[in-house]
Ligand binder design. Structure first.
Ligand SMILES: CC1=C(CCC(=O)O)c2cc3nc(cc4[nH]c(cc5[nH]c(cc1n2)c(C)c5CCC(=O)O)c(CCC(=O)O)c4C)C(CCC(=O)O)=C3C
Ligand SMILES: [Fe+2]
Length: 375
């Protein structure tokens, strides 16, 4: 038996995710939850509904999260970390508010949150913090004791996140026909967001300079490309590109789109492309539809061989990274010395989102940050 590990002061971990439909009847109510008050054109919503119906109305995201929960529980048990793990979502059952109520009722008062988004941005960070504030407000009206809620730092540059993706890119390269393999380019992809949201992502001091969202992705892309060069001896040219744009056409979002990029690479005579979805933690609908279905079909029309590399999903190295992040944060909260683990040029991200980090268009209460109205 290994020595017991201490997560004190924390008494539980909450996996906080997006949620997704689990059958055809769930699709429309799910999309209504996602888009409430966000001004997404009806046409786009109908189109996105079709993506889900193509897969029987089932998003893979909940199954992916169940697998991650299993991996976390196994890793914690194997390492003597006695920390219960719960799961709640923003847009579908199990809903965050219900999970938080269950946690408080079970006696938990210091909760650490792992969001299934590795980078800074309104959608990937502050919006989850707003969801936490909303859930705490509900518990407050119910007269329940309020737990203290902290959120784990962005883990984009943690080796346990980067290494499985590096391995995925190597596997995809190996899977390409030999005559096009060495000439293949790598297209690192992430969710497009409005350029204004990108510019204001991360702490205020980096705003206006492109923002943390793009910088963090570029750092991960460079890390993976360097590791691939070291392991194959081949320098694969790469670019960060975007997918899953959803706003009105007159509002600028991050570009180029993956499909336009494939077309441009084909025209430039590039023999093959590996699409590496570094912006996502698991193979959910954005990956299955936008890359595996739409972009792969476009590549087929172009006669361009493509492969899509794996996300981290429930990789044991990612589960171990989460354990390390928890222990790091627990030590920091207890005033014990810690050296946060991070690769690349940016260093470890902040533990507590400072005031003004990833602002919303219309300010709303957000928990687990310096501007939280809760303790
Ligand atoms: C940065 C980012 C991530 C990565 C970080 C993270 O993982 O959090 C992410 C993840 C996800 N996005 C997802 C689904 C959707 N996102 C939408 C809409 C939007 N996403 C945005 C951004 C992001 N989204 C934005 C700026 C919008 C516009 C409206 C708004 O400002 O809110 C819409 C509405 C329809 C449409 O696509 O237009 C849907 C259905 C799913 C679930 C997939 C599944 O079911 O398997 C996941 C994991
Ligand atoms: Fe999204």
């Amino acid at each position: 038996m290994p020595d017991a590990l201490e997560a004190t002061p924390y008494d539980a971990l909450l996996l906080l995710s997006f949620g997704g439909p689990e059958g055809p009847d769930d699709v429309v109510p799910f999309l209504e939850n996602v888009t409430r008050g966000r001004g997404i054109p009806t046409e786009r919503l109908k189109e996105v509904g079709q993506h889900y119906f193509l897969f029987g109305g089932v998003s893979p995201i909940n199954e992916q999260n169940r697998a991650l929960l299993d991996a976390l529980r196994k890793d914690f048990a194997d390492h003597g970390l006695d920390l219960p793990v719960y799961w709640g979502n923003r847009n579908w059952a199990p809903y965050l508010t219900d999970t938080l109520r269950e946690m408080v009722t079970a006696g938990h008062r210091r909760i650490l949150v792992l969001a299934t988004s590795a980078y800074a941005s309104y959608s990937g960070c502050r919006q989850y913090r707003e969801n936490l504030a909303d859930a705490l407000a509900v518990l407050e009206t119910e007269g329940l004791p309020l737990p203290r809620v902290d959120k784990l730092r962005h883990y984009f540059n943690h080796p346990g996140f980067v290494e499985p993706m590096t391995e995925g890119v190597l596997r995809s390269l190996a899977d390409l026909p030999e005559d096009v393999r060495d000439g293949a380019h790598i297209a690192f992809t992430t969710h497009s967001i409005p350029t204004t949201a990108a510019d204001t992502s991360g702490p205020v001091e980096g705003h206006g300079d492109g923002g943390a969202y793009v910088r963090q992705h570029l750092d991960v892309a460079a890390l993976i490309a360097d590791a691939v060069r070291e392991r194959t001896g081949v320098d694969h040219p790469w670019q960060l590109v975007y997918q899953s744009r959803s706003g009105a056409p007159h509002i600028p979002w991050l570009e180029p789109d993956i499909c336009d990029h494939l077309e441009e690479r084909r025209a430039a005579g590039v023999p093959a492309v590996v699409m590496a979805p570094i912006g996502f933690v698991s193979d959910h609908m954005e990956v299955l539809y936008d890359l595996d279905t739409e972009a792969t079909a476009r590549a087929g029309e172009l006669g361009l061989p493509v492969r899509r590399s794996a996300t981290v999903g429930a990789d044991p190295r990612f589960a171990a990274a989460v354990r390390e992040l928890i222990l790091e944060r627990a030590a920091a909260e207890s005033g014990r010395p810690v050296t946060p683990c991070a690769l690349g040029t940016l260093g470890a991200s902040h533990d507590l989102c400072p005031v003004g980090c990833c602002p919303a268009r219309a300010p709303r209460p957000a928990a687990a940050g310096a501007d939280s109205p809760y303790a």
